[in-house]
Design a protein around this ligand. Structure first.
Ligand code: OFO
Length: 177
């Protein structure tokens, strides 16, 4: 769906930002599916952590949405793919998260690269927040993977990690120009 408005943003940048909105909402779907899986196997803390991540992903999509509007761009919302629901155990799910976030990082880096080739300094500046956010997300996920690998299938440790992840709280992110 495309809503018409007089454009001030470069067409290529507009397209890549719209594509990124779709990726952020797909990420939210993926984390929600993971949250449901963890809830089903009784790991409420893991379920909490992934559900909060889903909410942050919606924020990431909305920040891009608001930025496009602020720049008088066209919002072009596409179909959101169903999430990959192959989930076998906590370590496998977190490895899937890590692989996914690496693809999102590459995608954000492509946006940054395009802002440079198109000389769009405003969007170049805007996208820095996402670059920093990806560094933080990858580091957080790696930290959890290390713990899961270190303690393997040890149930009592998994229980402690679950308690730790139950403490994550949602912090709303938004865009203000
Ligand atoms: Fe939007 O950071 Fe994860 O995907």
């Amino acid at each position: 769906m495309v809503y018409g408005r007089a454009k001030v943003i470069n067409k290529k940048i507009e397209e890549i930002l719209n594509a990124q909105i779709n990726k952020e909402f797909y990420s939210a779907y993926l984390y929600l599916a993971m949250s449901a899986y963890f809830d089903e196997i009784g790991l409420k803390g893991f379920s909490n952590w992934t559900k909060i991540q889903a909410r942050e992903e919606v924020d990431h999509g909305m920040i891009l949405f608001d930025y496009l509007i602020a720049r008088n761009g066209n919002v072009d919302l596409k179909h959101i793919e169903a999430p990959d629901c192959d989930m076998q155990n906590p370590l496998q799910v977190f490895e899937k998260i890590y692989a996914h976030e690496k693809t999102v990082t590459e995608s954000i880096e492509s946006v940054a690269g395009m802002t440079e080739s198109e000389c769009d300094l405003a969007t170049r500046n805007f996208i820095d927040w996402y670059i920093a956010e990806q560094v933080e997300e990858e580091a957080n996920v790696l930290d959890i993977i290390k713990k899961l690998k270190m303690f393997g299938e040890e149930k009592s440790i998994l229980y402690h990690i679950d308690i730790e992840l139950s403490k994550r709280e949602y912090k709303h992110h938004n865009y203000s120009c």
